[in-house]
Structure formats: C-alpha cells, structure tokens
Design a protein around this ligand. Structure first.
Ligand code: PLP
Length: 431
C-alpha cells in the first residue's frame, strides 16, 4: 500500500483519538520506530524521521524496539500469546503483580490487571463503591475529585474529568453526578494554601455521607491541563479522607514509573492511597495493560459482602504478552539509575524551554521530572504546530493552549535540545 492509498483509506474508515470522521487533517504515517525515532512512511516538512517528544503519550519510557523488551515479547510468544485468566494463572502475571506490590506503598497488596487505564479507573471506582456497599453503606456511591483532572474515556472516568474545560462536557447530563472541588493551586514547590485546605475539608465534610472516595491524579494533572501541584496536598487529602471516612484513589496512570522524578508521584509525599491505578509506562508502551492495586482492608471488605466477588473480568485480563513485557520494562527501568536520567532530562528541558518565556503569547513555562510544558494565551492550531515541530525534526502533539513534551528517558542531550527547539517552533505558530 502506498502512503497515499493508506491515507485515503485511513480518512475514509479509521477513527483517531478525539477525531472527526472523516478526518480533517492527515496523520503522519509511521513505518517503524527505533530508539527515540519514528520513521515516517511519507516525509513531512522534508523529514523522513522524527524524534519522539511524546513517548507515545507517556508510555514509551524506554523508546522503541528496546532489545530487552523485544526479547521478552518474542520469548513469551514462544509460550503463549494469550490465555483466559478465569480459572487459569501464569508466571508473567503473578511475577508482575508481586513486583507491583513490592514497588508501590506498603498498604497496597492486591492487584487487578486491567486492559487499559480507563478500565483500571472503572475497577478502582467499583472497588470503592462495593467496599462501602459490602459494609452496609450503599448510599456512599459518589466520587469526589478536584477540577482540572482527566481519568479516561469510559463512564466512571469521564464523570471525574474536569466538568467544564474537560473533554467530556457533552456527557454531563448522563454521567454519574460527582462532587468537584476547585482545582488545586498551581506549583509543585508552592507552600500549602490554608484557604484551599479549608475548602477541601468543608467539601469533603459536606459530601462524605454520600461519597465513597476521593480520586485525583497526584502531583501532575495530565490531559486536563498539564498542571503541577504541591505533594503536600496529598498528605492533606490522606488526613481528610481518614477523618471523613472516605477512601483515597491515586490515578498514577500518567505519573507512574519515574516520570515526575519519583517512582510514583505518591512517593513525593510519602503517602499511600487505598487504591492506585497504573498504566501507560507499565509495559514500556509496548502493549495495553493497566492495574488497580488496593489494600487488604478493601479486598476483605468486598469479600465479606453479600456479593463477595469483584464482578469484573475482561477477556484480555492479565494478557501474558503484556505482563511479560511489563516485567521486562521494570527490569530495564530498575536496572539503571533512572533517577539520574530523569533529573538529566529535567535539567535539559528547563534550559531548552527557558527561551519560550520571552516569546509573545506565552503564559507559563513549567518543568517537572521528564515533563516540559509551555502554556499559551490562546488555543494552538494543532496541525500547524505539529508541522512546525516536524520542521525541526520532532514529533509533538499539542492540545488546547498547551505545547508539551515528555520524552523517553534515554533521549540523549543532543536529541533533547532538538525536542526543545521543536517545542519553541510549535509555540511560535500562535503569534
Ligand atoms: N488516567 C490518566 C491520568 C490518564 O492520563 C489517562 C490517559 O491519558 C487515563 C487515565 C486513561 O488511560 P487509557 O487511555 O489507557 O484508557
């Protein structure tokens, strides 16, 4: 198939994320990917190769075609690609679950292996609602969150996405009605704002009787606006949840596995949630897999209820290929000094993005771990901005008023400098 034929068929038949049908602008055709580079099937802006500034949406932390991850998939393929998880088990899943329990905060002891991040959030919500229902309090069924969040595209996750700026306002009328606090004050290093803490306390107190849990993205709100907040707030949330009889869920689907400079964002605060969702970089971006981890208190609460099972079981639950590559991804991550690598990326982004502060139309430039964000005064023209980055040899996917990057951890200093030039070029398209 020629690239032109491929694009014609793509336009006619294939939905893309958050896209219209038929599509309005042609996606770039990727033929292969290796290291941090995407090889294009048809040149864009004279480039047949782009450095990936997105890690395929937080996932490809080790880049592409990593020999250890490739070998893990091939090896597992020689045993079995998939087998149902009902009534059967296998070493890749058990090993992965055990390692996740060891790596995450100590109270998290039980692992549900879901097939996507959104499904893991659904499972987390079910765990919390069913826990209270099993304890004879079915009226505790709402979720509390703060504005500016993003938790996925199925119904419970959509219901806790930002209700105004978010992507799911179309569904407000039919989604479960949840409770929203104001967005957390911006700034990772910002001291706690007592007025905001009082606001959270009052809201939780008012709604605790009808609510099961608080769910938040710890430290970084991703697709809701790429905002950073103080880890201190997580400690406050833990205390408030305990005081008001609410469970606490951390959605670490984007932040997990080192992205913010800590293995999990919760580690910045030394706080354990009752449920933690993981996904994206769990498999190094190779295959779709997510996890919802919970405490023994929740597991035993559910098992002691009138329906003593968690009624959820996707066909591809615990997929052996995905679990095998997740184990390999952990081997690679933990087998290197990933903290130093993420710190190096943080320093490179801070230096390379600093000139954006001088550009007209730039509202804010912020960096945390391997995440760099330029926020603009106006909405960006996404195809134009992506092409401007491509001219510099970089793949970026800006959205709304944000041009941002979260590169693979093995990105060299030279490639990182190129990525920053791509961000600046994409930023300059709004003026
Ligand atoms: N939660 C967060 C914080 C996310 O960033 C995402 C995806 O971007 C999700 C949940 C949904 O994950 P998935 O796209 O795998 O369903």
């Amino acid at each position: 198939m020629t690239p032109d034929q491929l694009l014609a068929l793509d336009r006619a038949h294939v939905w893309h994320p958050y896209g219209p049908m038929p599509g309005r602008s042609d996606p770039f055709v990727v033929e292969a990917a290796e290291g941090v580079r995407l090889r294009l099937g048809r040149p864009v802006e004279g480039r047949d190769e782009l450095i990936d500034g997105m890690s395929s949406w937080w996932a490809a932390i080790h880049g592409y075609r990593h020999p250890v991850l490739d070998a893990a998939v091939t090896d597992q393929l020689g045993r079995m690609a998939h087998v149902m998880f009902g009534g059967l088990t296998h070493e890749p899943a058990v090993r992965l679950a055990t390692r996740l329990v060891e790596l995450t905060p100590e109270p998290l002891q039980h692992v549900f292996l879901a097939d996507s991040g959104s499904v893991s959030v659904e499972v987390a919500a079910k765990m919390c609602l069913q826990y209270w229902s099993s304890r004879g309090r079915p009226e505790k069924h709402k979720l509390l969150t703060w504005r500016g969040g993003y938790h996925g595209d199925t119904f419970h996750p959509m219901s806790v996405c930002d209700p105004e700026g978010g992507m799911h306002h179309l569904w407000r009328g039919v989604l479960p009605r949840q409770v929203f606090a104001d967005a957390p004050p911006d700034g990772f290093d910002r001291p706690l704002d007592p007025a905001y803490v009082a606001h959270l306390d009052a809201l939780l107190a008012r709604h605790a009787a009808e609510s099961a849990a608080v769910i938040v993205e710890p430290v970084v709100q991703g697709a809701g606006g790429m905002r950073f907040h103080s880890p201190e707030l997580l400690r406050v949330l833990r205390e408030l949840c305990d005081a008001h009889e609410l469970l606490l869920v951390f959605d670490e689907i984007a932040t997990g596995f080192g992205r913010t400079g800590a293995l999990f964002a919760a580690d910045h605060a030394g706080v354990s949630p009752d449920v933690m969702c993981l996904g994206k970089a769990l498999t190094g971006g190779y295959l779709t897999l997510a996890a919802a981890l919970c405490t023994t208190e929740i597991a035993e609460g559910i098992s002691g209820g009138a329906v003593p099972v968690l009624a959820h079981g996707p066909t591809f639950m615990g997929n052996p290929l995905a679990c095998a590559v997740a184990n390999a991804s952990l081997d690679v991550l933990l087998g290197q000094d990933w903290r130093t690598e993420v710190k190096r990326i943080e320093a490179g982004l801070a230096e390379g993005l600093a000139p954006a502060r001088e550009l007209p139309g730039v509202k804010d430039v912020r960096v945390l771990g391997a995440i760099g964000v330029v926020q603009l005064d106006a909405e960006v023209d996404v195809p134009a901005a992506a092409r401007a980055a491509a001219r510099e040899g970089v793949w970026l996917r800006p959205f709304r008023d944000l041009v941002y990057t979260m590169p693979p951890y093995l990105t060299s200093d030279e490639d990182l400098a190129t990525i920053c030039r791509g961000v600046l070029a994409a930023t300059a398209t709004i003026v």
